[in-house]
Ligand binder design. Sequence first.
Ligand code: FES
Length: 106
Amino acid sequence: MINIIIEDRNGNIEPIEIPEGISLSLMEVLKASEYNVLATCGGMALCATCHVQVLEGQDQLGQPNDAELDMLDTLPDAEQNSRLACQIRVDESLNGCKFRIAGREN
Ligand code: FES
């Protein structure tokens, strides 16, 4: 199992267990876990409604690609630890990471 921790917009912190070997993005895992993530663009790095902040484990993630960086640049509330959840592949390397959901709710 891959274990990550999610903090929602209300500050509630919950662990999520994800089976290894699934080929999903963090955005898809959050939606499947019934977090309120709009993901309007469907994972194309075009809407930023899947914005998350990496609270722990930032160096375990791969570097953001240009499309992700360009989109993050447009966000007024982006921080140095901001990422787009749709651009993060969920695999074993995420074990122990902690994310805060930051994107718009509607
Ligand atoms: S789902 Fe639109 S940018 Fe991630």
